[in-house]
Design a binder for this molecule. Sequence first.
Ligand code: ADP
Ligand code: MG
Length: 348
Amino acid sequence: MSYIEFHDVVKRFGDNTVLDHISFGIEKGDLVTLLGPSGCGKSTLLRCLSGLEQVSEGRIMLDGADITEVPASKRNIGMVFQQYSLFPNMTVERNIAFGLKMQKVAQDVIDRKVREAIDMVELTGKEKAYPANLSGGQQQRAALARSIVTEPAVLLLDEPLSAIDAKLRKSLQARIREIQQELGLTTIFVTHDQDEAMVMSDVIQLFHAGRIEQAGSPVEVYTKPVSEFAASFIGSYNQLSRDEFQTMTGADVPAGHVVAVRPETIGITPDAPTPADAAGCHVVHGTVVGSTPRGNVLRYTVRVGAVTLRVDALFRSFHMFDPGQDVYLSIPKHDCLNIPEGALRSAA
Ligand code: ADP
Ligand code: MG
């Protein structure tokens, strides 16, 4: 039995089935990410778990108890939203103390816990500040402190970083993950950003149109997409139709499948590889169209017949290719994944 269990959860708004028989479990202390495009039902599932929405069908279990009918206020679940949800007329420390005050905790205990929470999210010195005088990142850290200070059984984070700029976002991702692990807090994190899901998660639940398309560790989901949809969402896969791949390589692809290849698995060389280097690879000849620096890799676009491939190579200045240059690509056969076209389970 898992700490949290969704059993065949269905949620409809009128005729619109937003959650379509969702079943999965979450282990105590894990951080699970719900990853998927906008509108696929991620927030709705969090709202059903927190009790802000009622499910249409199915059951939700928390720590062995059926909480499907339990009111939101009795579920002991903390939540942080994308939009800052601090009380604007309260200082940081009063915002953080709010939940404990509601629980009628003794004032000296409140003072201690609020101080600890402020330390944890690194807002020391901002105790007396009002939300309007904090940056977006500071407001989200205050919101995080407010939701963990009551020691909830489960923490729900609904795209808490999507309004925050890229650099700060990375440091907040790391801080949230550290705090979550330090406290052993069972957490569900919602995002539509694959990189964020990769760095934060113990388990990724990839959503598609109200259903779970794939579940697994970040490495599993990254390296073994189960469908064309999954491969299009994670890992910048090159996706070739059956015809395209067969024409390019002469290899057979089962009907109803596409071939997905990650850019970093493809080797690029100016000359034809030696038979030893080519062992286990499809070797194809192409022409460089262009390149884009992406951190420590250069992403080339290479034209091979009618197909354009993305190829990532380490950014080494002594070994770069110019547009128009002829190159050989070595594509390891075991990195060519035959996966079903489209999504595994299209919505009802
Ligand atoms: P996500 O968080 O993945 O972007 P949501 O769970 O917010 O998606 O929404 C999923 C679908 O449910 C959307 O089509 C949205 O319009 C619909 N929806 C969400 N909340 C309501 C509501 N209260 N009433 C009607 N439709 C809703
Ligand atoms: Mg949402």
